[in-house]
Design a protein. Structure first.
Length: 229
């Protein structure tokens, strides 16, 4: 059976999200968000205003608000404490990392074709490196939370990865299991592939309109390169 037509005829690089895309760690994200909202409240901020924000946006907004009030030292302390709490929760799960089926093979196949492979994650570097070591997934570039002041869906971490790979955005692809991966890819000027995981419905990515939606990582590879099967 012939593979589907790839998204690009020339591919400089492929950027991947990590958790939920290449590996599974079962990080307790609801707990992380609860801790960040609680932390903001401890600094006297109205926690209700952060209810609809993602985890790192809560930290950013709380820190920026304290800075706006002239409480620069308090803003720095809040951010430092937030990063420490998030890292502790991530490290709690890092040693339980499992590879998403076909992840290592996918990365190796892309590298064999001289396509740069980057991972762009909102997780901390320490936990991310443990996850990659355990699954023996070896990217060319790893961009973690500590590497940029802004995070997905902001394009800054993707831009950094593309720069390190010496890759052109228009000839690159962002692959992820979350809406913010698709938004980050579009903002950075790459093609986008949404990966449906778990029990997510077919229409999960409709709001952000990725260039392709894959049910597994084998379909991701078929959308990037031509394979005779």
């Amino acid at each position: 059976m012939k593979a589907m037509k790839p998204l690009l005829t020339t591919v400089d690089s492929v950027l991947f999200d990590l958790d939920g895309t290449l590996v599974e760690t079962n990080i307790d994200f609801p707990l992380m968000k609860k801790e960040m909202v609680s932390l903001a409240a401890k600094w006297g901020l109205d926690s209700s205003q952060f209810a609809d924000l993602d985890i790192l946006s809560i930290v950013d907004n709380a820190s920026e608000f304290l800075t706006y009030l002239g409480k620069i030292n308090e803003a720095a302390r809040l951010r430092d404490r937030a990063m420490a709490v998030l890292e502790e929760i991530e490290m709690r799960h890092a040693w339980d990392t499992r590879e998403v089926p076909f992840a290592r093979e996918l990365v190796e196949e892309l590298k064999a074709r001289r396509i740069g492979v980057g991972i762009v994650t909102r997780n901390c570097r320490k936990a991310s490196e443990i996850s990659l070591d355990m699954t023996q997934i070896v990217p060319d570039v790893l961009v973690c939370r500590e590497d940029t002041a802004r995070h997905k869906p902001n394009p800054k971490p993707l831009n950094l990865a593309l720069s390190k790979l010496d890759a052109r955005p228009a000839y690159s692809v962002m692959v992820g299991d979350h809406l913010m991966d698709m938004l980050g890819g579009k903002a950075a000027g790459t093609k986008t592939i949404g990966l449906l995981t778990g029990a997510r419905p077919e229409h999960f990515f409709d709001e952000v309109k990725p260039d392709f939606v894959a049910r597994d990582l084998a379909e991701v590879l078929d959308a990037i390169v031509h394979r005779d099967r």
